[in-house]
Write a protein that binds this ligand. Structure first.
Ligand SMILES: *[C@@H]1O[C@H](CO)[C@@H](O)[C@H](O)[C@H]1NC(C)=O
Ligand SMILES: *[C@@H]1O[C@H](CO)[C@@H](O)[C@H](O)[C@H]1NC(C)=O
Ligand SMILES: *[C@@H]1O[C@H](CO)[C@@H](O)[C@H](O)[C@H]1NC(C)=O
Ligand SMILES: *[C@@H]1O[C@H](CO)[C@@H](O)[C@H](O)[C@H]1NC(C)=O
Ligand SMILES: *[C@@H]1O[C@H](CO)[C@@H](O)[C@H](O)[C@H]1NC(C)=O
Ligand SMILES: *[C@@H]1O[C@H](CO)[C@@H](O)[C@H](O)[C@H]1NC(C)=O
Ligand SMILES: *[C@@H]1O[C@H](CO)[C@@H](O)[C@H](O)[C@H]1NC(C)=O
Length: 497
């Protein structure tokens, strides 16, 4: 009905898309910050986000009150008629088609062919001054159906000191056609009403929707600003999820990078980890919404953090075969121990000699652990270390996703042992080996797996959960590719719009 305006919208919105898609090459950023966890939202993921945003936007847009409109029209035979529209409310909006398109400068969301229903009260008055000086007035209500409403917005993404920042680059709303239905009123009223108000209702709806969307985006932005930049793991560590570098927008995806390292709660030096350009990763299954790449440096940061905190050592005084915690249990294996300390209780002091070295290989995770196993004898409430065995444990790890946690487990591949020192003479390692192997299997690994089984939380915004996640290994990182579900009970609209 009003092609010039439609054209205007196209002119407004489209160039940004075409420019953005063709500008594949961006100047490289001045500095590249270290990033060890990165996210890639695929086309399907963007569709999901778009549908979610539109659903939330529509439910928050209705009911939407529009300021009253006043107008005066010259009506044949009646003269100047004053009209007033009040109590104008958009009470329903339907969206039939929508698109999302990331480009280099921002992400465009376009809704086309939306319909909306408005209700309002009308009132008019005119004076028949030339006949009799009386004022004539009437009132009633009306319903208006808005058709072919188009809304477009382009959202820019940036990184502002570790926080993802949204900005509205463009926003427009355009109404193609409206149908007016009046309840009551004189026969001339309809045409007068249409003449007086079609343009005004158009722009009132356009302005109201645009204003509301701008407010919504500001709130979405402040929601992002309020996201924590650290996720607590336990009383010793948190995960640093500060955004680093600018989001990477391509024509089919958006990539984000966060620091991603385990960080001690109390200041202590953490080793340097080499930067990798993680945003080169992709999902084997392109139909997944989200890819998350976790570099092996994340695991190394955890490993060195807990090692430096003195957390990787413990005293074992309960084991499945408790007889092994008495010198009598070692009578035939280390006879001289029994001879020197007959029937004394023992404990085992296990401490890591260095932070476990974690490597992510093509199809598995390798961990190398060097641990000191000190045999303590408990005599008259005194702890007497009698021997120390160095264990070199080679383990294979596996990981899986449990809700939004990446949880792990390890199994023993191989181990070697050597005597570090002894106060009870030489030990026959060949005899001790099976006992130590049993200890590793029944004490050491279950303990490690209890800890690893708690896993660590992947940085996912509250209200969203991973679904049908798959895990693959590549380029010394773990890649989780997953769909995402949104908990209906978690009312995003309350937070955003
Ligand atoms: C305004 O409109 C609503 C329904 O859209 C109606 O319930 C209400 O009574 C109206 N208020 C006035 C003052 O007419
Ligand atoms: C609006 O959406 C509802 C629910 O999807 C549908 O039943 C109804 O027909 C739609 N109305 C219009 C005018 O598109
Ligand atoms: C608007 O109201 C009309 C009837 O009054 C109805 O047929 C239509 O489905 C409604 N449209 C929306 C988008 O609610
Ligand atoms: C509009 O007016 C008609 C009668 O004139 C009435 O039946 C209807 O309930 C009114 N609707 C609203 C929303 O006030
Ligand atoms: C968290 O990561 C950001 C970005 O890499 C970094 O600037 C900041 O120093 C880190 N915070 C801590 C406590 O290490
Ligand atoms: C591994 O990294 C290289 C560049 O460092 C990249 O070209 C390649 O696509 C990456 N492979 C995967 C599977 O992500
Ligand atoms: C366990 O052994 C380490 C040395 O490896 C030592 O520093 C620590 O004090 C011992 N712990 C206990 C409780 O004996």
């Amino acid at each position: 009905m009003k092609p010039p305006k439609n054209l205007l919208l196209c002119v407004l919105l489209m160039p940004s898309l075409f420019i953005t898609i063709s500008q594949a090459q961006r100047p490289p950023p001045a500095t590249i910050d270290q990033s060890f966890i990165s996210f890639l939202i695929s086309t399907k993921g963007l569709e999901f986000v778009k549908d979610l945003l539109i659903t939330e936007a529509v439910s928050s847009l209705t009911p939407l009150d529009i300021p009253p409109i006043q107008n005066t029209r010259k009506i044949p035979f009646l003269g100047n008629v004053n009209f007033l529209l009040s109590n104008i409310t958009i009470y329903q909006i339907n969206v039939s088609e929508s698109y999302i398109k990331p480009g280099d400068s921002g992400v465009a969301i376009i809704v086309s062919g939306a319909t909306a229903n408005l209700s309002m009260n009308w009132y008019y008055s005119y004076s028949t001054a030339w006949l009799l000086p009386i004022e004539i007035s009437d009132k009633g209500n009306a319903s208006v159906e808005v058709e072919g409403m188009q809304v477009g917005l382009t959202i820019g993404f940036g990184n502002q000191e570790g926080i993802l920042k949204l900005s509205l680059l463009e926003c427009g709303c355009f109404v193609e056609d409206i149908n007016i239905k009046l309840d009551g009123g004189a026969s001339w009223l309809y045409q007068g009403f249409v003449d007086a108000f079609v343009g005004e209702i158009d722009s009132a709806v356009e302005n109201a929707v645009t204003k509301k969307l701008k407010e919504g985006l500001l709130k979405l932005d402040s929601l992002l600003q309020s996201l924590p930049n650290e996720i607590p793991i336990d009383d010793m560590a948190y995960l640093n999820v500060s955004f680093v570098n600018d989001p990477v927008l391509s024509s089919s995806s958006i990539g984000f990078e966060v620091n991603g390292l385990f960080t001690p709660r109390e200041r202590m030096p953490i080793s340097d980890f080499n930067h990798k350009d993680l945003l080169t990763f992709s999902c084997d299954d392109p139909s997944k919404m989200l890819g998350i790449s976790v570099d092996e440096a994340v695991f190394r940061s955890a490993s060195s953090l807990y090692f430096n905190a003195g957390y990787l050592q413990w005293i074992v005084d309960k084991i499945p075969d408790q007889s092994l915690l008495n010198t009598a249990g070692w009578r035939f294996i280390i006879p001289q121990l029994y001879k020197k300390y007959p029937n004394d209780d023992m404990n085992l002091n296990i401490s890591f000699a260095s932070a476990p070295a974690v490597r992510i290989l093509r199809d598995s995770i390798d961990a190398m652990v060097y641990a000191d196993l000190i045999i303590d004898v408990l005599e008259d409430h005194e702890v007497i270390p009698v021997a120390c065995i160095l264990l070199e444990i080679q383990a294979t790890g596996s990981v899986k996703i449990l809700s939004n946690y990446l949880v792990g487990s390890v199994k023993l591949d191989d181990f070697t042992m050597s005597l570090k020192w002894s106060k009870i003479g030489n030990l026959r390692m060949r005899l001790i080996q099976p006992v130590v192997w049993t200890l590793i299997q029944t004490v050491f690994l279950p303990f490690a797996n209890t800890r690893l089984g708690k896993g660590f939380p992947l940085p996912i915004i509250r209200g969203f959960t991973l679904e049908n996640a798959g895990i693959s290994f590549s380029n010394s990182s773990i890649v989780v590719c997953s769909d995402v579900a949104y908990e209906k009970s978690y009312d995003l609209a309350l937070q955003i719009l």
